[in-house]
Ligand binder design. Structure first.
Ligand code: GDP
Ligand code: MG
Length: 546
């Protein structure tokens, strides 16, 4: 499409393949598939606070001292591999909690094969259990339920199963496909069954990877070590990583100086589903960054400089995030047929009523997908989930925590708070029809081209310009464009002059002197654009709920 469009404007499109995004792809090529060998499953543990996630991981780690190997798992590196009977291996990510999981996913990393959902039998399904279910489901990762603390008197396993079924997790006893295993992480009861359950689930997934290609993996955690420099734990997902390999990680280079496993041993090679600490990074990488071996030093150098430059350019032109009006226009243009929502409300009843009413708006062409609904204020976890799934958050009679507000702003996730049902329904209906008007629209008021810059003592440079279009207004907002690139945006005018006089506006065709706040220099042919952000008033909400 880009090529066709460019052709119409007599332009030639140059593809930026040299930046090498495809190098970071974890998708399997034909060659990968033909060479694929089985690999160990990668497991994340999720569940409500105090239901026993840490205890479960601790039990597995502490009981796994493989005979003959020196010592047990000593290093806290964010992940470890345990060996089970028949030499079966399982990799556990040692960062329990769905926030870590979704934070990784929101940055595009999908590293978990199976989620263990821990539910304490004496407490049953709780809000974070439901969140964990939503997070696992949104990532399309299968769940194995560990019903924990069965050593405690008066626990009710059936209640757990029933409440899970109410949240659309149907365990085998309930005619579903989800395995539920009763365990005590404290005493070790049932833990073998849990491990068997995981192995069974992973067999069904038929997990495989190519071991024989340039290695690729995802950073799980990182730190700066006073003596060693940047150190990161990386989960290898493809290929074999060896000492001495050159690599790129996100956009900085590195060379593997050492590989250390969870037992503190230095090893020579790491394979798919291994989690290892790597020494030899140029910069401290971030969780979810992808590491990729590049054999040729020249290519590596070019890639890193190109990618660094590209990233700086992208950061300057931040891409508009998904909001309800953006999704609405995408629906109108036929670019999507789904509206993902996260719904938070004050009471259970209203959330159910709301999501049912909304789902009735579905048509053959477009549909709403409620990826999570729960009671409570809009939280940071909701924002992360929405970001990872490009969803809009609907808050009904609830507030947004200040941290969530901040995160929403940083991530560009839209949170819409309502107090009456009909208002939500009306706006969602418009959005689905592709008719929701944006709240704010930008209008260009005028443009001027810089002829030359003048220096005025005490004030600095002024752009001597000619108005080429519309009107230049003293109280408008301005952006400065140079060679078709936006240099600065949102600047106010610090002065607007016709000859020596301050004026409020200058019309098309006239010359004037413009100076913009925070801009020190102008060049001939720079374009100064004056625009206004217009608020499109949404109808006032009625205060009497329906
Ligand atoms: P997390 O918040 O999910 O990581 O939960 P923890 O692993 O920290 O466990 C919370 C509390 O429950 C701790 O006091 C544990 O000792 C206790 N606990 C965990 N598993 C069991 C269990 O199987 N039986 C009993 N009785 N207590 C447990
Ligand atoms: Mg814990």
């Amino acid at each position: 499409m880009i090529e066709l469009l460019a052709e119409e404007h007599n332009c030639v499109v140059e593809k930026l393949i040299e930046y090498g995004d495809e190098l970071f792809s974890l998708e399997d090529t034909e060659e990968d598939l033909s060479k694929a060998k089985p690999r160990a499953p990668v497991i994340t543990v999720m569940g409500h606070v105090d239901h026993g996630k840490t205890s479960l991981l601790d039990y597995i780690r502490d009981t796994n001292v493989v005979a003959g190997e020196s010592g047990g798992i000593t290093q806290h590196i964010g992940a470890y591999k345990v060996e089970q009977k028949n030499n079966k291996l399982i990799t556990f990510l040692d960062t329990p909690g769905h926030e870590a999981f979704t934070a990784m996913r929101s940055r595009g990393a999908q590293i978990t094969d199976i989620v263990i959902l821990v539910v304490a039998a004496d407490d049953s399904v709780m809000p974070q259990t439901i969140e964990a279910i939503s997070h696992a489901r949104a990532a399309q990762v299968p769940i194995v339920v560990a019903i924990n603390k069965i050593d405690k008197p008066g626990t009710d396993v059936d209640k757990v199963k029933r409440e899970l079924s109410e949240n659309e997790v149907l365990v085998e006893d309930w005619g579903g496909k989800v395995q539920a295993v009763e365990v005590s992480a404290k005493e070790g009861t049932g833990m073998d069954n849990l491990i068997d359950g995981i192995l069974l689930e992973s067999e069904m997934l038929n997990l495989q990877s190519n071991f024989d290609c340039p290695a690729r993996g995802t950073v799980i955690e990182s730190r700066i070590d006073k003596g060693l420099g940047p150190v990161a734990t990386v989960l290898i997902q493809k290929g074999t990583l060896s000492i001495g390999d050159l690599f790129i990680c996100n956009d900085s280079p590195g060379k593997v100086r050492a590989l250390i496993n969870e037992r503190g041993q230095r090893i020579k090679e790491a394979y798919p589903s291994d989690a290892i600490q790597i020494l030899g990074f140029d910069q401290v990488p971030q969780a979810a960054d992808i590491l990729r071996v590049i054999e040729d030093e020249k290519i590596l150098k070019r890639l890193t400089t190109d990618r660094q430059r590209l990233r700086r350019e992208i950061e300057q032109k931040k891409i508009a995030p998904h909001s309800l009006d953006v999704i609405s226009s995408m629906i109108k243009e036929g670019e999507t047929n789904m509206l993902p929502l996260v719904i938070k409300g004050d009471v259970d009843g209203s959330i159910d009523a709301l999501s049912e009413t909304l789902e009735k708006l579905n048509t053959k062409e477009v549909s709403i997908k409620v990826i999570h609904k729960a009671v409570g204020p809009v939280s940071e976890s909701d924002i992360l989930l929405a970001q990872a799934s490009n969803a809009v958050i609907i808050g009904f009679h609830v507030l947004e925590s200040s941290n969530a507000k901040l995160l929403a702003k940083q991530t560009g996730v839209e949170v819409r708070i309502y107090n009456v049902i009909y208002k939500v329904v009306e706006e969602i209906k418009l959005a689905l029809e592709g008719l929701l008007e944006p709240d704010k629209i930008e209008e260009i008021v005028g443009r001027a081209t810089v002829l030359e810059q003048f220096k005025i003592p005490k004030i600095g440079f002024i752009a001597g310009s000619q108005v080429t279009e519309g009107i230049i207004k003293r109280n408008g907002l301005a952006r400065l464009i140079r060679d078709d690139e936006v240099i600065s945006e949102g600047n106010q005018l610090s002065s607007l002059k016709r000859f020596k006089d301050d004026v409020k506006e200058v019309k098309e065709g006239m010359e004037c002197g413009i100076s913009l706040e925070d801009i020190k220099k102008y060049k001939k042919d720079d374009v100064i654009e004056i625009y206004e952000i217009k608020e499109v008033k949404r109808k006032l909400e009625s205060t009497t709920p329906l």
